[in-house]
Write a protein that binds this ligand. Structure first.
Ligand SMILES: [Zn+2]
Length: 292
């Protein structure tokens, strides 16, 4: 089960009693964890929003999108002493079973190379969940509708002239995505291969790297890029917050640096992506000289 923990947690829905699950990172509303819909506020949790006989609607409305608030207000608060109950969504009874887990995992294993790339000890669990949903086509975008050749509104928020918001558009082909991929790819000789996300990911994940450090960067960077493109899209759609491409690149770079430092130890204070890559290369040269 350890091997499929990421997928398993994605399929878990929590039934709230006393509010013992995580307000922001567990899926208790049923449509996904709240951190995917709104900025996390550490001083807001179940303690603040769960009142004696109901919800604090005013507080909820001040921190969450209205459609989420409506869903929450319709949820019954049963009592406030027992712990929350975990419900396994693939089973009709809500109880975990190896059979239902196997069905779900088998689907993932059939596309195993891509799926294996989204799990790594330095990739936060919530980011792995998001990537699994992305690769399995479970994000609420327009892809399913385009299969029926419907004329969809051109509503993306990533381009100067809005286009249809599909997975490939948002994560590979849109103005924002292309700029971000090229910003990082140009420094480590990874080209942008075209409009399909899987093609872009394959370009990064199949590229050979001479050292483990570079291999680590080529592995994690695409995951952080997708994660931040999704966060920016949600901020724009649900909160009307416009984030410039420079800010997105900085946030991606920060996540990569944090993961790198945890894995390989301290780096010099570095503010720019090319400098960072240069220092990783320098470290490689030092290691090679030491070996000689
Ligand atoms: Zn776009």
């Amino acid at each position: 089960m350890v091997d499929i923990r990421g997928l398993a947690e994605l399929l878990i829905v929590w039934r709230v009693n006393s509010g013992s699950c995580d307000f922001w990172y567990d899926n208790w509303v049923g449509s996904g964890a709240l951190h995917l819909r709104a900025p996390v506020l550490v001083d807001v949790g179940f303690q603040q929003v769960l009142l004696h006989r109901g919800w604090n609607g005013k507080l909820l409305a001040s921190v969450l999108p209205l459609d989420v608030v409506h869903t929450i207000l319709e949820m019954e608060v049963l009592e406030t002493t027992n712990p929350d109950v975990m419900i396994w969504s693939p089973s009709t009874l809500g109880e975990f079973s190896l059979g239902s887990a196997y069905q779900e995992v088998r689907e993932v294993r059939e596309s195993s190379f891509m799926s294996s790339r989204v799990r790594h000890s330095q990739i936060p669990l919530r980011v792995s969940f998001f990537m699994l949903r992305l690769l399995r086509g479970r994000l609420p975008l327009d892809d399913a509708l385009t299969r029926f050749q419907l004329h969809l509104p051109l509503k993306c928020v990533c381009c100067a002239s809005p286009k249809c918001e599909t997975v490939d558009h948002l994560f590979a082909d849109g103005d924002m995505a292309r700029t971000v991929w090229r910003f990082f790819g140009s420094e480590c000789s990874v080209r942008h291969p075209g409009p399909l996300l899987r093609g872009v990911l394959a370009e990064w994940w199949f590229k050979s790297a001479p050292t483990e450090n570079l291999c680590f960067i080529l592995w994690l960077l695409p995951v952080f890029i997708c994660w931040h493109l999704w966060k920016v899209r949600n901020s724009s759609v649900f909160q009307g917050v416009k984030v410039e491409v420079h800010g997105v690149c900085c946030a991606i770079f920060q996540d990569l640096k944090d993961a790198y430092v945890i894995k390989y130890g301290e780096l010099q204070e570095i503010r720019q992506w090319p400098q960072f890559l240069g220092q990783v290369e320098l470290r490689r040269a030092v290691i090679q000289i030491t070996k000689v």
